[in-house]
Ligand binder design. Structure first.
Ligand SMILES: NC(=O)c1ccc[n+]([C@@H]2O[C@H](COP(=O)([O-])OP(=O)(O)OC[C@H]3O[C@@H](n4cnc5c(N)ncnc54)[C@H](O)[C@@H]3O)[C@@H](O)[C@H]2O)c1
Ligand SMILES: O=C(O)C[C@H](O)C(=O)O
Ligand SMILES: [Mn+2]
Length: 547
C-alpha cells in the first residue's frame, strides 16, 4: 500500500471514494482499496440521496448527511447545493438544535473543528494550527455556546452551530470548505444536566466570567488574526451580556461580524422593506415593537432605527417609533436592569397614563398600537390570538415576525397569524414554514433567518478584501434583497425564497463588495467587483489528484 493512500481516503478534503479514477488509484496507491467500478459524482449523488430518503426522522437524516460530510466534502456539497431548500431544515435549523442537545452522546467525529479550552489557554495557537493543518483559513465561525439559538447554554456541544453555519456559507455562497474553521470556546457551562452527564465532552465547571473570560476571547482574536491574516471572523450565539461587548470591541479594528446582532438586523430590515413594498406603506410611518429585547432584539432594533435615520427622520423622531418589551414588560428608562443596548429605546413613564400597568405584551400592544411586532423572546406561543387581533384592529397590514428558534420556541405559527387576521398579516418566520392556504389564496411565508444573508455578506466582504465590515456595507446587504419577489402577486412572501438562496447570496455579495470598494475599504485594487465575487466561488467538483 502507498504510504499516503489511507490518509487520502481519510481526508474529507481529498477523498472521492468510488470516484477515484483508475489513473489516480494507480498513482496514489489506492488500487485494491476500493471496489473496482469507478463512479461519477452524479452516480454518487443519486446513490447518497436514495440512502438519505430511507432515514425515518429529521435527526437520522442529519446524522446520515453528516457522515457524508465527515468523509467527502465535495460529495456532501454537491448534494446539498442541488437541494438547498430541502436540506436547510435538516442540516441547519431546526434539526441542528437536536444535534447540539445530544452532541456528546451522538459524537463520532470532531468535523475539523477547533476546541479551545479556557483551562489551557497556552495551547490555543497549537490547537488552531493543528486544526487548520496548513489550510489557508479565511473564515471562522466561533461560538462560546452560551446562547445557542433560543435553547441556551450548551457548552462544548455548541460547536455544532459553528459547523452548521459554515455549511450554509458553502452551500449558499460557495465559500471554499477547505478555507473555513469552526471554533468553540469552551469556557465551561452552567447547564447542570451537562455537568452531571457522564458522557459530556466539555469542561466540567461553571462558565468563567469577567476578565479571565474577556482575556481568553481576546487571546483567541489576536491569535487567529496572527495565524490567518485574511480572516473574516463570525461570532455566533454568545450570551446577552457578552455578544455586543465583543462586537463593539473589535468591529472597528478587524473584519468581524456578529450574526445574531447584525445578520438578524439585516434580514429583518429586508423583510420589512419587502412587507412595505406589498402594503405600500411608508417605512417612516411605522411603529415598531420588539418582543424579547436581547442580543437579536436589540440588534434588529438598532438596524431599523438606522434605516429610519437614513430615510430622513431626526434621531428624536426615529426613537419615538420604537418600543421594547422584555420580561419586565414595556421597558422604561428608570429601570436599573436595562442593558446598554436597550437604554436608547426605553420610554419615559410620563408618556403613559398607566405606565405601571404595562407589564405584559398584551398591555403594551393595547397601549402602543404597533404596526410591526418582531419576536426574539424564546417564548413559544407568546403572540396569542387576542394580541394579534388587537394589533390588527389598529393597522391595515400588521407586520408580524415570530423569529424565535427552533420550532418549539416560535412566538406563533404563520398559519395562525394569517387566520386570525383574515390574511392581512405580513408574516415571516425564523424557521421554514409551509405555504398557507386561506380563502383561495396561497400565502408564501418568507424565512427571516440570518442564514439568508450572512453567506452573501461574508462572500462579498472576503471577495472585496475589505479591511472592515461596516454599517454602510450592512445596510447595502439589506437593501439588495429587494426586487426579487413580485409584491403584486396575491400572497407574495416578504422575502425571497430559500430555493433561490444561492442566487441571491451572489446579489448580496456583489452589493456588499461594491460598497466596500466605493468606501475604499479594499486592501488591494479591484476593477471588477462582480468578477471578484465570481472568482472566489468554489464549486463542488472533484479535482484531478494526479500529476
Ligand atoms: N431568525 C433569526 O435569524 C434569529 C436570529 C437570532 C436569534 N433568533 C432567535 O431569537 C431568540 C433570542 O435570541 P437572542 O440571541 O436574542 O437571545 P437573548 O437571550 O440575548 O435574548 C432573549 C431575550 O428575551 C427575553 N425574554 C425571556 N423571557 C421573556 C418573556 N417571558 N417575555 C419577554 N421577553 C423575554 C430575555 O430577557 C432576553 O432579553 C432565540 O430563540 C433565537 O433563536 C432568531
Ligand atoms: O441559527 C439560526 O437559525 C438563526 C439564529 O442565528 C439564531 O440564533 O436563532
Ligand atoms: Mn444565532
Amino acid at each position: 500500500m502507498h504510504e499516503n493512500a489511507q490518509q487520502i481516503l481519510n481526508n474529507p478534503f481529498l477523498n472521492k471514494g468510488t470516484a477515484f479514477t483508475m489513473t489516480e488509484r494507480q498513482q496514489l496507491g489506492l488500487v485494491g482499496l476500493l471496489p473496482p467500478h469507478v463512479q461519477t459524482i452524479d452516480d454518487q449523488v443519486k446513490q447518497t440521496y436514495a440512502q438519505y430518503l430511507t432515514k425515518p426522522s429529521m435527526l437520522e437524516k442529519r446524522i446520515f448527511l453528516m457522515s457524508i460530510f465527515n468523509e467527502n466534502r465535495v460529495l456532501f456539497y454537491k448534494l446539498f447545493s442541488q437541494r438547498i431548500a430541502e436540506f436547510m431544515p435538516i442540516v441547519y435549523d431546526p434539526t441542528i438544535a437536536d444535534t447540539i442537545e445530544n452532541y456528546s452522546s451522538l459524537f463520532v467525529n470532531p468535523q475539523n473543528a477547533a476546541f479551545l479550552s479556557i483551562d489551557d489557554p497556552d495551547s490555543m495557537a497549537a490547537a488552531l494550527k493543528n486544526t487548520a493543518s496548513g489550510r489557508n483559513i479565511k473564515l471562522i465561525v466561533v461560538t462560546d455556546a452560551e446562547g445557542i439559538l433560543g435553547i441556551g447554554d450548551w457548552g462544548t456541544q455548541g460547536v455544532d452551530i459553528s459547523v452548521g453555519k459554515l455549511m450554509v456559507y458553502t452551500a449558499a455562497a460557495g465559500i471554499d470548505p477547505s478555507e473555513v474553521l469552526p471554533v468553540v470556546l469552551d469556557v465551561g457551562t452552567n447547564r447542570q444536566s451537562l455537568l452531571e452527564d457522564p458522557l459530556y465532552l466539555g469542561n466540567r465547571h461553571e462558565r468563567v466570567r469577567g476578565d479571565r473570560y474577556y482575556d481568553f476571547v481576546d487571546r483567541f482574536v489576536q491569535t487567529a488574526e496572527e495565524l490567518f491574516p485574511d480572516l473574516y471572523l463570525h461570532f455566533e450565539d454568545f450570551g446577552r451580556s457578552n455578544a455586543a461587548n465583543i462586537l463593539n470591541k473589535y468591529k472597528d479594528k478587524i473584519v468581524t461580524f456578529n450574526d445574531d446582532i447584525q445578520g438578524t438586523g439585516i434580514i429583518v430590515l429586508a423583510g420589512l422593506l419587502g412587507a412595505l413594498n406589498i402594503s405600500g406603506e411608508a417605512f417612516t410611518d411605522q411603529v415598531y415593537m420588539s418582543f424579547g429585547a436581547g442580543t437579536a432584539g436589540a440588534g434588529i432594533t438598532q438596524r431599523i432605527y438606522e434605516e429610519m435615520l437614513q430615510q430622513g427622520l431626526s434621531e428624536e423622531e426615529a426613537r419615538s417609533r420604537f418600543y421594547m418589551v422584555d420580561k419586565q414588560g414595556l421597558l422604561f428608562d428608570d429601570d436599573p436592569d436595562l442593558t446598554p443596548e436597550q437604554k436608547p429605546f426605553a420610554r419615559k413613564r410620563s408618556e403613559f397614563a398607566n405606565a405601571d400597568e404595562l407589564k405584559t405584551l398584551a398591555d403594551a400592544v393595547k397601549a402602543v398600537h404597533p404596526t410591526i411586532l418582531v419576536g426574539t423572546s424564546t417564548q413559544p406561543g407568546a403572540f396569542t390570538e387576542s394580541i394579534v387581533k388587537e394589533m390588527a384592529a389598529h393597522t391595515a397590514r400588521p407586520i408580524i415576525f415570530p423569529l424565535s428558534n427552533p420550532t418549539k420556541l416560535a412566538e406563533a405559527k404563520a398559519e395562525d397569524l394569517l387566520k386570525w387576521t383574515n390574511g392581512k398579516a405580513l408574516v415571516a418566520t425564523g424557521i421554514p414554514a409551509a405555504p398557507v392556504e386561506l380563502d383561495g389564496v396561497t400565502y408564501e411565508i418568507g424565512q427571516a433567518n440570518n442564514a439568508l444573508v450572512y453567506p452573501g455578506l461574508g462572500l462579498g466582504t472576503i471577495a472585496a478584501k475589505a479591511r472592515l465590515l461596516n454599517d454602510e456595507m450592512i445596510s447595502k446587504a439589506a437593501h439588495s434583497l429587494g426586487g426579487i419577489v413580485d409584491p403584486t402577486e396575491p400572497g407574495a412572501a416578504v422575502l425571497p425564497p430559500v430555493t433561490k438562496l444561492d442566487i441571491f447570496s451572489q446579489t448580496v455579495a456583489e452589493a456588499v463588495a461594491k460598497s466596500a470598494v466605493a468606501q475604499n475599504l479594499n486592501k488591494e485594487p479591484i476593477d471588477n467587483v462582480k468578477k471578484a465575487v465570481a472568482d472566489l466561488k468554489w464549486v463542488p467538483e472533484y479535482k484531478e489528484l494526479t500529476d
